[in-house]
Design a protein around this ligand. Structure first.
Ligand code: GDP
Length: 534
C-alpha cells in the first residue's frame, strides 16, 4: 500500500476534534466563544450566539427554535490555534436536546465537560457522559464560574467521581471562589496564575503568574488562603490519582481544570493543556478491521447527522460526515457503501466560526457537510478506497418520550407514511409499531420533547399532513438482545408494552426502572440493551 505523504500526515496529526458537553447554563457557549477568541476566528467574543441565531433564519422549521430561543441543531466550528487545526462539535444545550446530541459524540475524538462550580454534575452532563464512556474517549473537565461562590473543591471532585464513575486528576487547584477567588495553582509548575476580572469581554489580557515560593505571593494572597491551599494540596497529593496519560487516553482518568469562562480566566491554560493531552484523529472500526488515519491513504468518512430542509422549495438536506482517513477534494467521486453506488460529493461546506463556507479540501478529523439529494442515512460509509468497507454503525439511542401518532385526514395516508419515514430517516425521531398490528398505529419515540413539535410542524408544512399526538406514559425503551426469544412467552409487568421497529425487531417500553428490573427477574437469560443496532 502506498505511504501517506508527509504533507498529509502533518495535516492529520495537527487536527483535534472534540465535543463540549454540559448541562444548560454551565457556560459551554461562553467557553466556546473564548476558544474562538484565542484562535482569532472571531475578534469579538459574543458573536457565536448572535450570528448563529441570524443564520437560523434560512431554515423554516427552525422557527420553533427562534420562538423558544434555543438551538436544536448542533454545529461544527473549525479554527486554528498554535499550529493545531481544531474542530469543535457543538452539542445542543437545552434540555430539549435530541438524538443528534448523542450522535455528535460519535464523531468526536474527545470531550470537554463543562461543570458549573456551584452545582456540580447535573442531569444532562450525566446522560452525555454515558455515551462518551461507551466509546472510551478521553474526557477533560473544566470547572467553570469560579468567580461565583463555588462548592468545596474536594466535594466537586467527589461528585464527579461518584456520579460519573471516572477518576479525576486536578491539573490546577482553585484558590478561593466568588469574591475571594484569587486564581489557580498549577500543581506541576508550582505557580499561581492570578485572577483578575479585567479580561471580560473581548481582549485576551495579560496573564500574571507567580511561583508559590516567590515572596511576592505573600502580599498577593493573604495568609489564611495560602495556608488553606497548602493544606488542600498536601491532602490531594497524598490521596488523589496521579496524572497518567495512558489512563487519560483510555477515558479512565479526567484531567480537571478550574476557571471562569466569562472573565476569560483559566481558559487559555486549559486549551493549551487540553491540546497537548488529547490525541490527533483516532482509528475507527470497520468491517475490514481498524481504519487508521495515519496509515490508510484513501478518503473515507461516515455520516453522523442529517440536517433537513435548509430550503423548503427543494426539500434538500445536508449530510454531515466525519472524515476518518485521507483527504477530501471538492467534487470527488466516492463509493456510497450502503447505497451500492458511486456518488459525487457536491457543495462541500464547513462551518468557520458561525459562517458556512464552501471548501476545497479537508482531512481526516475534519467534519464536512455535503449536499444530500435524499440518499444518505445516519451511519452510512463513503470511501474512495477500491477495497470497499463499512464503518461500524452508529447505535440508536434510547428515546425517553413516546407518543401515538394519528393523522387527522385518513385520506392522506401515503403522504403521512412518506413524511414520517423521511423524518425518521434523518434521525430526528424513531418510529415503532404496535407489536401485533401493522403500520395503522405508529408510535414515535424522541430523545427531547421538542422533537414532537418539530415533527408536527414539519409534517404540516412540508407534507401537508395534519397529525394528532397522544403522549404515552413510557420513559424507558429496551432493545432485546436475545435474537431467538419468543416474545409471546415473555413475562413482563402489567404496565410493560411490547412494540417492534420497522425491521420487525421486538422492543419493550417501560414506565419506570422498577418494571425493567422485575421483567429481568421474571425472565431468566433475558438481555436488554439501552442502545439499539441501526
Ligand atoms: P450554556 O447554556 O452552557 O451554553 O451556557 P452559557 O455560556 O450561555 O452561559 C450561561 C450563563 O452563565 C450566561 O449568562 C453566562 O454569561 C454565564 N456564565 C458563563 N460563564 C460564566 C463564568 O465563568 N462566570 C459567571 N459568573 N457567569 C458565567
Amino acid at each position: 500500500m502506498p505511504e501517506l505523504t508527509k504533507q498529509m500526515k502533518d495535516e492529520i496529526k495537527r487536527r483535534r476534534t472534540f465535543a463540549i458537553i454540559s448541562h444548560p447554563d454551565a457556560g459551554k457557549t461562553t467557553l466556546t466563544e473564548k476558544f474562538l477568541l484565542y484562535g482569532g476566528a472571531i475578534n469579538q467574543a459574543g458573536s457565536v450566539k448572535g450570528k448563529a441565531t441570524a443564520k437560523h433564519a434560512v431554515s423554516d422549521w427552525m422557527e420553533i427554535e427562534k420562538e423558544r430561543g434555543i438551538s436544536v441543531t448542533s454545529s461544527v466550528l473549525q479554527f486554528e490555534y498554535d499550529g493545531y487545526c481544531i474542530n469543535i462539535l457543538d452539542t445542543p444545550g437545552h434540555q430539549d436536546f435530541s438524538e443528534d446530541t448523542y450522535r455528535t459524540l460519535m464523531a468526536a475524538d474527545s470531550a470537554v465537560m463543562v461543570i458549573d462550580a456551584s452545582k456540580g454534575v447535573e442531569a444532562q452532563t450525566r446522560k452525555l457522559f454515558k455515551v462518551c464512556t461507551m466509546r472510551h474517549i478521553p474526557i477533560f473537565t473544566f470547572i467553570n464560574k469560579m468567580d461565583r461562590e463555588a462548592m468545596d473543591t474536594f466535594e466537586l471532585l467527589d461528585d464527579i467521581e461518584n456520579e460519573l464513575g471516572i477518576a479525576t486528576c486536578p491539573i490546577n487547584w482553585p484558590i478561593g471562589s466568588g469574591k475571594n477567588f484569587k486564581g489557580v495553582y498549577d500543581r506541576k509548575e508550582r505557580e499561581v496564575e492570578l485572577f483578575s476580572d479585567t479580561k471580560k469581554g473581548t481582549t485576551q489580557g495579560e496573564v500574571k503568574k507567580v511561583k508559590i515560593d516567590d515572596p511576592e505571593i505573600t502580599w498577593l494572597i493573604d495568609e489564611n488562603q495560602r495556608l488553606q491551599l497548602e493544606e488542600e494540596i498536601e491532602l490531594q497529593d497524598g490521596a488523589g490519582a496521579e496524572f497518567d496519560q495512558e489512563l487519560v487516553s483510555r477515558g479512565e482518568l479526567s484531567p480537571v481544570f478550574f476557571g471562569s469562562a466569562l472573565t476569560n480566566f483559566g481558559v487559555e491554560t486549559f486549551l493549551q493543556h487540553f491540546l497537548s493531552m488529547t490525541s490527533s484523529p483516532l482509528p475507527r472500526k470497520s468491517d475490514k478491521g481498524e481504519i487508521n488515519p495515519m496509515e490508510e491513504q484513501d478518503f473515507s468518512a461516515f455520516v453522523f447527522k442529517i440536517q433537513a430542509n435548509m430550503n423548503k422549495a427543494h426539500r434538500d438536506r445536508i449530510a454531515f460526515m466525519r472524515i476518518c482517513s485521507g483527504k477530501f477534494d471538492a467534487g470527488m467521486e466516492v463509493h456510497h457503501i450502503q447505497g451500492g453506488k458511486k456518488v459525487r460529493l457536491s457543495q462541500p461546506q464547513q462551518m468557520m466560526a458561525s459562517e458556512r463556507k464552501i471548501i476545497e479540501n479537508a482531512y481526516a478529523g475534519d467534519i464536512i457537510g455535503v449536499f444530500d439529494p435524499g440518499i444518505f442515512s445516519i451511519g452510512d460509509t463513503l470511501t474512495a478506497s477500491p477495497e470497499k468497507f463499512a464503518f461500524e454503525g452508529i447505535p440508536t439511542f434510547a428515546p425517553e418520550h413516546f407518543a401515538r401518532v394519528r393523522q387527522v385526514d385518513t385520506m392522506k395516508r401515503k403522504q403521512f407514511i412518506k413524511g414520517i419515514s423521511q423524518i425518521a430517516q434523518e434521525g430526528a425521531i424513531q418510529i415503532f409499531q404496535e407489536y401485533n398490528t401493522g403500520m395503522e398505529e405508529i408510535i414515535v419515540g424522541v430523545v427531547g420533547v421538542l422533537q414532537f413539535d418539530v415533527l408536527k410542524y414539519r409534517l404540516e408544512n412540508e407534507y401537508k399532513v395534519e397529525i394528532r399526538l397522544e403522549t404515552l406514559p413510557y420513559e424507558h425503551i429496551r432493545w432485546i438482545e436475545n435474537e431467538e426469544l419468543d416474545l409471546d412467552r415473555l413475562v413482563g409487568t402489567s404496565d410493560m408494552k411490547k412494540i417492534k421497529d420497522l425491521k420487525d425487531r421486538p422492543l419493550l417500553l417501560f414506565i419506570n426502572e422498577w418494571s425493567i428490573r422485575m421483567t429481568l427477574d421474571r425472565n431468566e437469560g433475558l438481555i436488554l440493551s439501552e442502545f439499539g443496532r441501526s
